[in-house]
Design a protein around this ligand. Structure first.
Ligand code: SF4
Ligand code: SF4
Ligand code: FES
Length: 200
């Protein structure tokens, strides 16, 4: 067992847990976007940024492991400003307000952002039908890998790196309806941005 503090609350907990898990267990709310309980997290969105006393940079609560004596701050000006700036960039990539997924809309409300001030989306990268049942709007994807982790049939893959990173389907980057996809919808249900959605 270790003892630590979150927002000055003294907490005794087991090791091998993330700050996010311990915060949740203690009813301390930290916003998240890419993390999903039970799936490996890539920590790509940084919306869960928190301050760890004694460190220069903010850390993602979803992948920072708790340690003895740690002092965590989840809510101060530095943290709030950083989250808001990150949210603005994420929204800039999501394009027009009507494209935003449910979780994105909820976060935007929480951060008091009504619409994206910047626009980074390439419209040509928008809706690409993947099958009769499922569509992928590549521009909305934040590459959190939730869909890759949840698919029991290992149909979705990550290809390329850095700015060129993209999702592919099947062994040879096929359209979804040419793979063994059973249309279970699990990938749609975990997608935080609405990039994967039910087909029309
Ligand atoms: S619908 Fe189901 S089987 Fe098809 S890609 Fe998504 S998670 Fe995998
Ligand atoms: S399609 Fe959705 S779940 Fe899959 S990597 Fe992109 S944002 Fe994440
Ligand atoms: S929820 Fe932690 S980095 Fe996305």
């Amino acid at each position: 067992m270790i003892t630590m503090t979150i927002d000055a609350k003294v907490i005794t907990t087991k090791t091998n847990k993330t700050v996010l898990q311990v915060a949740k267990e203690n009813n301390i709310s930290i916003p998240t976007l890419c993390a999903f309980a039970g799936l490996e997290t890539r920590s790509v969105c940084r919306i869960c940024s928190i301050e760890v006393k004694g460190t220069a940079f903010l850390s993602p609560a979803c992948s920072t492991m708790v340690k003895e004596g740690m002092e965590i701050i989840t809510d101060n000006d530095k943290v709030r400003n950083a989250r808001k700036v990150l949210m603005e960039f994420i929204l800039a990539e999501q394009g027009e307000t009507e494209n935003w997924g449910v979780q994105i809309k909820k976060l935007a409300r929480e951060f008091n952002v009504e619409k994206a001030r910047l626009k980074l989306t390439n419209d040509s990268a928008r809706l690409i039908p993947q099958s009769e049942y499922i569509t992928l709007t590549r521009a909305l994807c934040i590459h959190c890998d939730r869909c890759i982790s949840v698919c029991k049939y290992h149909i979705i893959h990550r290809a390329k790196k850095g700015a060129s990173v993209t999702l592919t389907f099947g062994e040879n980057n096929e359209s979804l309806d040419k793979t063994n996809c059973v249309h279970c919808g699990d990938c749609i249900s975990v997608c935080p941005t609405g990039a994967l959605a039910n087909g029309e």
